[in-house]
Design a protein around this ligand. Structure first.
Ligand SMILES: O=c1[nH]c(=O)c2[nH]c(=O)[nH]c2[nH]1
Length: 310
């Protein structure tokens, strides 16, 4: 990526096309059902094209417009439904193998959560509604076929009205937050996990493998956050809950090598209102809250296995 220039300047460079939006319909269901995806694709290529920086020679540049067109061509060529992970790997592999000067391709895709609707309890053949959290993918493909593949969910908003507390933290002259064993816990989970597949050839070929995996990871994250439906599970801090959520994913899925969780602590503030005449106009009894967006606590961690046993 870096090379000494004639002028004595080191250049670290990459170029690509950001936010290429594409939607694809597959009309292949034996029952006449359609499948639909909407993707926002960003491509970044690491390539030998230093002459374009050092001089007016563009002869090694893969035009970003060409990258954009390639997204549509490859979407068209995918005759069978495929996951966003497979599409990202396919694109990255294409750029590295088609262009001699490209040695690394980084493909990021955000998939919108279009879900099939049910009408009168029956799945609709061609009707979809937008769900809540996006699905994200990053595939980094090397010319050798080496792969780093990360999937994720972004904006998974979760809240529980009890079974959360925070106590025993550092208390000093700046601290006013009281200890509590009763509070609201709200967050918007951004999770991304790296798969252990280390080459393009090694990713599972079973249809919709990654689509199933994302649903399963989301379920494990949510089951751990909430606990059993009747009793819930006590959270002593966002940090502890995050650790348990990430650990549960690593325990359940051997092909997940690491997981990054970003879980803002979104505050719902107790409402207390009083006047001289009415000192208990609104007295907070774990019932009336002021929802806020900012400031919020910012808590994130990456978890991976120290040994192969977890
Ligand atoms: O779960 C929490 N973790 C913190 O680090 C923190 N800090 C804070 O003010 N409230 C909380 N809650």
């Amino acid at each position: 990526m870096a090379k000494e220039a004639a002028e004595g300047l080191r250049v670290e460079q990459r170029h690509g096309k950001a936010r290429v939006r594409v939607a694809r319909v597959w009309r292949q269901g034996v029952d006449g059902s359609h499948h639909f995806v909407e993707w926002n694709v960003s491509i970044s290529l690491l390539s030998h094209c230093l002459p374009s920086y050092h001089s007016d020679d563009n002869s090694d540049i893969v035009a970003t417009d060409t990258m954009k067109n390639t997204v549509y061509v490859k979407a068209k060529e995918c005759g069978n439904r495929l996951s966003v992970e497979e599409f990202a790997v396919l694109l990255g592999n294409h750029f590295c193998s088609f262009y001699p000067q490209v040695y690394t391709a980084i493909v990021n895709i955000i998939e919108k959560p279009w879900e099939r609707v049910c009408i009168d309890g029956k799945p609709h053949l061609h009707g979809f509604k937008l769900g809540s959290e996006n699905h994200t993918v990053e595939a980094t493909v090397q010319k050798s076929g080496a792969l780093s593949l990360t999937s994720g969910v972004a904006g998974l908003a979760l809240l529980k009205t009890t079974q959360s507390g925070f106590e025993g933290f550092v208390r000093d002259k700046y601290t006013i937050l009281p200890d509590t064993r009763e509070r609201m816990l709200a967050t918007e989970v951004n999770a991304s996990w790296r798969y252990s597949y280390e080459s393009v050839a090694s990713i599972p070929k079973r249809e919709l493998y990654f689509n199933e995996k994302i649903m399963q990871v989301k379920k494990v994250l949510m089951d751990t956050f909430f606990g059993p439906p009747e009793t819930g599970v006590y959270s002593p801090s966002v940090q502890r809950t995050l650790y348990l959520m990430g650990g549960a994913v690593l325990r359940r899925f051997p092909d997940v090598a690491s997981i990054h969780l970003k879980m803002p602590n979104i505050h719902f503030l107790p409402v207390n209102l009083s006047t001289k005449e009415n000192p208990t106009m609104v007295k907070f009894k774990d019932d009336v809250y002021l929802p806020t967006d900012e400031p919020h606590g910012s808590i994130e961690a990456t978890l991976s296995r120290i040994t192969s046993k977890i």
